[in-house]
Design a binder for this molecule. Structure first.
Ligand code: HMG
Length: 393
């Protein structure tokens, strides 16, 4: 039985800010972002979207392909929670018309929770081969205006169907992991933006990678050369290049631009335009690799490094399915990215402000901006109301 990802789909907001426009408005050299950070654009969430609509929109192609009654669980990973009690997955369960015989739970550990959910799902299938689990990672990366983190915002969701039919990626047993109680990035309950010690966070990321790899290498008889490509958690794409260069040195490889580029393949392409999507970002990288790499990766081993501030790091591996390309939603994803609307800097500021107001207020009607299938229409008596977008009905 090969257990793993049977389908994988993403959704991001249909609006973006170009990093050259951002640089000009903030009085910075555009190359700081295009080259130094490695980002060309960032997706900007509109006031009528949140993790629920991002997640439901991401999962829709999978639910449309299979019987909605066939899913046995929804494991929802996020650090942009909309409620302290009710799982965002319960809203998604309702919007997608899933069976009442389907468990739902929300998981959190910064950007790592998507991987925790995926590994839990794999183990649930190992125990019961009839499980068909929707793992959804959805986040809105939001930092204070004018802070160094502002350039590394973004939003998006990835939905994966995990089952005993790993058409896309079989997840191999045995990973390496590392945990340390640190304050590199956090968001207290009273804030809607994250606090971060930026430079320190990049150092902790690299430390977690080193230890997770060492644990992986000790537990599995695998070496660097056993991997065709590597995917990383992507707060910004330059972080992955730094991480991979560190891994190459650790394993005695010669790290140069060409060897790093070869190992990363097309895994950075989508994230350069979407920005950070926290728990979903590693999986945006995986989709980007599978949908855009020039080489046929069928049967090849991919190394994946997941990092969540606070911190937990996990290095694990998967084998790409024989006919994986036919199971991807490549054309839908590329059409979604191509149809995004560019925002001016003042429109970006307006969306930023209004998104914050929606998160803080009750009894509000929310205008329609999004072009996704589902949107947030109002909050009444402290209850969020979601509707199907009239343009997509
Ligand atoms: P900063 O201080 O504004 O940027 O913030 P900088 O001055 O360090 O410049 C960035 C890079 O651009 C530097 O390169 C500069 O040299 C270069 P580096 O030294 O790093 O190789 N640069 C230029 N390059 C070309 N042309 C130019 C130019 N100017 C400068 N003209 C920072 C950068 C990442 C700290 C900030 O954006 C930040 O705080 N971001 C948020 C934190 C973050 O993303 N951390 C990543 C690791 S933690 C993580 O991944 C977890 C996370 O996703 C959350 C979670 O787990 O939930 C964040």
């Amino acid at each position: 039985m090969t257990i793993g990802i049977q389908r994988i789909s993403f959704y991001t907001a249909p609006f973006y800010l170009d990093m050259s426009v951002f640089a000009q408005a903030r009085g910075e050299d555009a190359d700081k972002f295009h080259v130094g950070i490695g980002q060309d654009q960032m997706s900007v969430i509109s006031p009528d979207e949140d993790i629920v609509t991002l997640a439901a929109n991401a999962a829709l192609p999978i639910v449309q392909e299979f019987d909605p009654q066939s899913f046995t669980a929804v494991l929802f990973a996020t650090e942009s929670g909309i409620d302290q009690s009710k799982s965002a997955g319960a809203f998604v369960h309702g919007l997608l018309g899933l069976s009442s015989r389907c468990r739902v739970v929300e998981l959190k550990h910064a950007c790592y929770a998507g991987t925790a959910a995926l590994q839990m799902a794999v183990n649930m299938v190992r125990v019961n081969a009839n499980e068909r689990i929707l793992v959804i990672a959805a986040d809105v990366a939001r930092y204070e205006l004018g802070s160094p983190g502002e350039a590394t915002q973004g939003c998006g969701a990835v939905a994966m169907l995990v089952s005993n039919q790993a058409d896309v990626l079989a997840i191999e047993a045995g990973s390496g992991y590392y945990t340390e109680d640190v304050m590199d990035f956090w968001r207290p309950n009273y804030r809607d933006t994250a606090l971060v010690d930026g430079k320190y966070s990049t150092m902790v990321y690299l430390t977690a990678l080193k230890h997770a790899w060492q644990h992986f290498h000790e537990s599995r008889a695998l070496i660097y050369a056993d991997f065709a490509r590597f995917c990383y958690h992507l707060p910004f794409t330059k972080m992955a290049i730094k991480a991979h260069s560190r891994l190459m040195k650790l394993t005695g490889q010669e790290a140069n631009e060409a060897s790093i580029e070869q190992a990363m393949g097309a895994s950075l392409k989508y994230n350069r335009t979407v920005g950070n999507s926290y728990s979903a970002s590693l999986y945006f990288g995986l989709i980007s690799l599978l949908e855009n790499d020039v080489d046929d990766l069928a049967g090849q081993r991919i190394g994946l490094f997941s990092y969540g501030s606070g911190c937990v790091g996990e290095f694990f591996s998967g084998i790409v399915g024989t006919n994986y390309r036919q199971y991807l939603y490549t054309s839908q994803h590329q059409a979604l990215l191509a149809a995004r609307k560019e925002l001016s800097f003042s429109e970006y500021l307006d969306f930023y402000k209004r998104f914050g107001e929606v998160e803080r207020n009750d009894n509000i009607e929310i205008s329609s901006y999004s072009r996704g299938h589902f949107r947030l229409s109002a909050i009444r008596a402290h209850k969020r109301q979601y509707v199907q977008n009239s343009s997509t009905e």
